[in-house]
Design a protein around this ligand. Structure first.
Ligand code: PGA
Ligand code: ZN
Length: 419
C-alpha cells in the first residue's frame, strides 16, 4: 500500500511534566490526517538519539522545541511532500539520510521520531487496519502485554530519598489484560492505604507512582508484597510479581553504587539483588548496574540471568548495533524498547527482531515525559513481545495506554501474557 504525503507539520505542546514537546501532523493526499505526540525521558542513556532543544533561556528555561518544530515544517516537509513511499522503512531511511548524523542531532530525534510515528499511523490508515496490526512483523503472533505498573517512584522521578527509580507490579498470572489492569489498580489502592496509615505522604512522582520518603529498597519491596496480599492477590509469578528499574547509572559515581547511604561495588550490588530475589517475588530487574559497567553486567547475568529477567535500558538504548554487541557479550537477557531512544519506528522494530532471533525478551516502554499518545500500546501488542511498562494505573497520559489495550482486547480475541 503506497503512501502519498501532502504535507507534514508540528506544533510545540506540553508533556506530562510541563515541558515542551512536539505534536506532529501528517496530511495525506487523500485528505487523511494523522498525528503523533513525542515522549521525552529524564534518566537518559548517554548513547540515546539526541533531542533538539532551543537552549533559549527566555523560553521554558531553554527547553523549548521550536527549532525541532521548524525542522518538521521546513526541511522534513520539503523532503517528504509530494512523494510516494512504498513502506515505513522507506520514509524512515529518508529521515535518517536527511539528518545525516549518527545520533539524529541535526534535525532532532524528537522531530524525526514524531514524523516516523505519524507515518506508521498513516500506513495503517491507508491499509485500513489498526496500528497494532500494521506493526506486526511477518510470522509473529500479536498478543496483549503484561502491564508493569510503576507504583513507587524514586531516583530522578521523585524528590524523595529513594535511590531506586521504579518499583513495578506485574500481574503476570492474570487471565486477561482487563483483569491485569484491575489487579494493578486494586494493589495501587491498597498501597495508598498502607502508606497513608504509616504516615507517609501519598503524593505522586513523574510516572504516577507514590513517592514516599522511604530509603531502603527492601522496605519498599516489603510494602509491595503486603499491598498485593491486602488487595487479595498472590505475590509471585502465578499472581502479581514485582519488577525493578533501579536506573543504576543515576547513582553510580567513582566506581561505586550509592544506595541508601552505602557505597557498593558491582559485586556488592549483585549480592544485594540476589538477596532481594530470594526474599521477594522480583521477576525482572532493569538497569541493575550502570550503563558504563559492562563487566559488572556480565557478572550480574552470570549470577542471576538464569533466575530473573535482566533488562538493559540506558546501556542498550534500543540501538540495533549495541543490542547485537550486548547479545554477543551475554550481558543481559532482555531489552527495554523506547522508540525515541533510537528515533525511528523502523529501527525500533529492527532491534526487537534482533532480540527475538536471539531469544531475548523485550519490554516496550513509555518515558517519564509523556503525552496522551497511545502508540506504544499498539507497538507492544503488534510485536507480540508480551511486556509493557507505562507507569502507574493513574494520571491520564499513563492510563491512556492501558485503556487503549483494554479496548484492543475487547475488540479482538488476542491472547494475553508474556511471550
Ligand atoms: P526516563 O525513565 O523516561 O526518565 O528515561 C524511564 C526509564 O528509565 O525506564
Ligand atoms: Zn529504565
Amino acid at each position: 500500500m503506497e503512501l502519498r504525503i501532502a504535507s507534514v507539520g508540528a506544533v510545540e505542546i506540553l508533556d506530562s511534566r510541563s515541558r515542551p514537546t512536539l505534536a506532529v501532523f501528517l496530511n495525506l493526499a487523500d485528505g487523511t490526517t494523522v498525528r503523533a505526540g513525542v515522549p521525552s525521558g529524564a534518566s537518559t542513556g548517554t548513547r540515546e538519539a539526541v533531542e533538539l532543544r532551543d537552549g533559549d533561556p527566555a523560553r521554558y528555561g531553554g527547553k523549548g522545541v521550536l527549532r525541532a518544530v521548524g525542522n518538521v515544517a521546513g526541511e522534513i516537509n520539503q523532503a517528504l511532500t509530494g512523494r510516494t513511499f512504498a513502506d515505513l522503512a522507506e520514509v524512515d531511511q529518508q529521515l535518517i539520510d536527511l539528518d545525516g548524523t549518527d545520533t539524529k542531532a541535526r534535525l532532532g530525534a524528537n522531530a524525526i521520531v514524531g514524523v516516523s510515528m505519524a507515518a506508521a499511523r498513516a500506513f495503517a490508515a491507508v491499509a485500513g487496519v489498526p496500528l497494532w496490526r500494521y506493526l506486526t512483523p511477518d510470522g509473529v503472533t500479536p498478543r496483549l502485554p503484561v502491564p508493569h505498573f510503576n507504583v513507587v517512584n524514586g531516583g530522578a522521578h521523585a524528590p524523595n530519598s529513594l535511590d531506586f527509580q521504579e518499583f513495578m507490579i506485574a500481574p503476570v498470572g492474570a487471565p486477561r489484560f482487563a483483569e491485569a489492569v484491575r489487579a494493578g489498580a486494586e494493589v495501587y489502592a491498597a498501597l495508598r492505604q498502607r502508606l497513608a496509615r504509616a504516615g507517609h505522604a501519598t503524593g505522586l512522582g513523574d510516572e504516577g507512582g507514590f513517592a514516599p520518603d522511604i530509603t531502603a529498597p527492601e522496605d519498599v519491596l516489603a510494602e509491595l508484597v503486603a499491598a498485593i496480599t491486602d488487595a487479595g492477590y498472590r505475590p509471585g509469578r502465578d499472581g502479581v510479581a514485582i519488577a525493578l528499574d533501579p536506573a543504576a547509572s543515576e547513582f553510580y559515581r567513582d566506581g561505586r553504587y550509592h544506595v541508601a547511604g552505602q557505597a557498593l561495588t558491582a559485586e556488592d550490588m549483585i549480592s544485594r539483588y540476589e538477596q532481594m530475589v530470594a526474599r521477594y517475588p522480583v521477576w525482572s530487574i532493569e538497569d541493575g548496574l550502570a550503563e558504563s559497567d559492562w563487566d559488572g553486567w556480565v557478572g550480574l547475568n552470570d549470577r542471576l540471568g538464569g533466575r530473573v529477567q535482566l533488562v538493559g535500558d540506558d546501556i542498550l538504548v534500543t540501538n540495533p548495533a549495541i543490542v547485537t554487541e550486548a547479545i554477543n557479550r551475554k550481558i543481559a537477557n532482555a531489552a527495554l524498547i523506547k522508540v525515541n531512544q533510537i528515533g525511528t519506528v523502523t529501527e525500533t522494530l529492527q532491534t526487537m527482531g534482533i532480540c527475538r532471533q536471539a531469544g531475548w525478551a523485550q519490554m516496550v516502554s513509555h518515558r517519564s515525559g509523556e503525552t496522551e499518545d497511545t502508540f506504544i500500546a499498539d507497538l507492544a501488542t503488534g510485536t507480540g513481545c508480551g511486556q509493557l511498562k507505562t507507569g502507574a494505573p493513574a494520571r491520564g497520559e499513563r492510563v491512556a495506554k492501558y485503556n487503549r489495550l483494554i479496548e484492543i482486547e475487547a475488540g479482538t480475541r488476542l491472547p494475553y501474557g508474556r511471550a
